[in-house]
Design a protein around this ligand. Structure first.
Ligand code: HAM
Length: 436
């Protein structure tokens, strides 16, 4: 077959077996989020470009190199969202949700777009579960958010994740830190890449997140923010650690975490897995107390995280965490002749309305082909209808694996109950053939 085209580089199709597993995982995340008081928000897949330039930051890799930005037909610059926080903040402000009582807790399940060099766990279209808390300045909010992520991983049965934690201070302490970084990197300018040379003047902290190996080597020996934290930021961080200790959530302080987006203040954290290869961060987040004001809203503290769903699924697979199979068709009703076909149509509808997963032939195929298809889709039991069954009102229900069978009345008002009961019984070892 010569296909016209294939899926674009860095994108992934989710085929039915995988999308079923994604639904199960998403359901766990949503249920856990809802138990913490989070409600869903859905925002557009594209936004005005300036939203991301201002929030994610002009000097980040995301804005400088990775955004899918284009002019629409009205000559407006729009960008496919590279992450979910900016859109959630924009919508929160635009709709005045701060009047509904704070803190506000929002979650989203969303696709994101970054034009990255693709590799294992690094795609151009990927998906996030994100959680954002607006209007909570206390370090107990940071602890609660981290506990939520941790509980989600636990609910999914994931083992061995490492929580790394840091505080990157506030604009007040950042000023002194920037000066120290400038001094350090200015002494090694010849080793910096072109982008980082520009960052040196505008935002030296961004050099710490550069993917260029030379810059990364230099960054490893640079001063850390810890020595520059002001008393308020230090207290906030100490209290957070106290909460985590009390809740027995283990973490390591990694003074090198800066995160790849500019909006962070104070707490930043990442959950790291050894099952992912080079792209080992499955969840990243932190506090961004300055963003609401930067976006033109009231001064509102905020914090959040996002879990990368592709990476989450990779961990589940690597750890061989069992997932239930997609529910098979419970009964396939095969028909011989038009009269039986009409009855089959009526019966599957009746069964479906009662919650039984039932199917019948919609391709006008022979009985042999119908049974072959029933087998292929993994139907649990089958029933063949012909003139005889219609005349007597009775048909044989057959377990597809066991081959065991029983007869049931097809015009009974509790047909669905019979199908449920017998489907299970026909596949059980104790069952002997019975008359329904
Ligand atoms: P982020 O660290 O850029 O943070 O992304 C969060 C997670 O999304 C990563 O830990 C990773 O699992 C996944 N991810 C990121 N880029 C890719 C990619 N190219 N391919 C596959 N997965 C990827 C944020 O996006 C912030 N908005 C998180 C946040 C929410 N902070 C506060 N609130």
């Amino acid at each position: 077959m010569a296909l016209l085209t294939k899926a674009p580089k860095g994108t992934q199709d989710l085929l039915p077996k995988q999308s079923w597993q994604w639904q199960i995982v998403e359901d766990v995340l949503v249920r856990e989020g809802e138990s913490y008081g989070f409600a869903e928000i859905r925002t557009p897949v594209f936004e005005h470009t300036e939203l991301f330039q201002r929030s994610v930051g002009e000097t980040t890799d995301v804005v400088q190199k990775e955004m899918y930005t284009f002019e629409d037909k009205g000559k407006r610059s729009v960008t496919l969202r590279p992450e979910g926080t900016a859109g959630a903040v924009r919508a929160f402000l635009e709709h005045g949700l701060y009047n509904d009582g704070l803190p506000a807790k929002l979650y989203y399940l969303t696709s994101c777009y970054r034009y990255e060099n693709t590799q294992k766990g690094r795609l151009r279209e990927f998906h996030q579960f994100g959680a954002e808390v607006f209007g909570a300045a206390d370090s107990s909010a940071d602890a609660e958010l981290i506990a939520l992520a941790s509980d989600m991983f636990e609910c999914l049965g994931i083992r061995g994740l490492r929580l790394e934690l840091n505080s990157i201070g506030c604009p007040k302490c950042r000023a002194n830190y920037h000066a120290a970084l400038k001094e350090y990197f200015a002494g090694h300018q010849e080793q910096l890449c072109g982008t980082c040379l520009e960052r040196l003047a505008r935002n030296p902290m961004r050099i710490l997140d550069c993917k260029n190996p030379e810059c990364a080597k230099l960054a490893a020996d640079s001063p850390t923010i810890q020595e520059y934290l002001c008393n308020d930021c230090r207290d906030h961080f100490e209290h957070l650690k106290g909460y985590l200790d009390h809740a027995q959530i283990s973490y390591t302080v990694n003074p090198r975490i800066v995160r790849g987006l500019d909006y962070y203040t104070r707490t930043v954290f990442e959950f790291i897995s050894n099952d992912l290869g080079a792209q080992s961060t499955v969840c990243g987040g932190g506090r961004y107390d300055g963003l609401m004001k930067e976006m033109g809203g009231p001064d509102t503290p905020a914090l959040g995280f996002a879990i990368g769903l592709e990476r989450l699924m990779m961990i589940l697979q690597a750890q061989e965490i069992a997932m239930p199979d997609r529910p098979a068709c419970e009964i396939y009703i095969a028909a011989i002749g038009e009269r039986a076909q009409k009855k089959a149509f009526a019966l599957v509808r009746e069964l479906r309305q009662a919650g039984v997963a039932a199917q019948f032939d919609i391709c006008a195929r022979s009985i042999k082909a119908q049974m072959k298809y029933a087998d292929k889709i993994g139907a649990q039991c089958s029933m063949v209808l012909g003139d005889n069954e219609l005349d007597t009102g009775r048909a044989v229900l057959k377990g597809m694996k066991s081959g065991k069978q029983c007869e049931i009345g097809i015009n009974e008002s509790f047909l669905h109950d019979y199908v449920h009961t017998y489907t299970n019984m026909l596949e059980s070892p104790e069952f002997e053939e019975i008359e329904g």
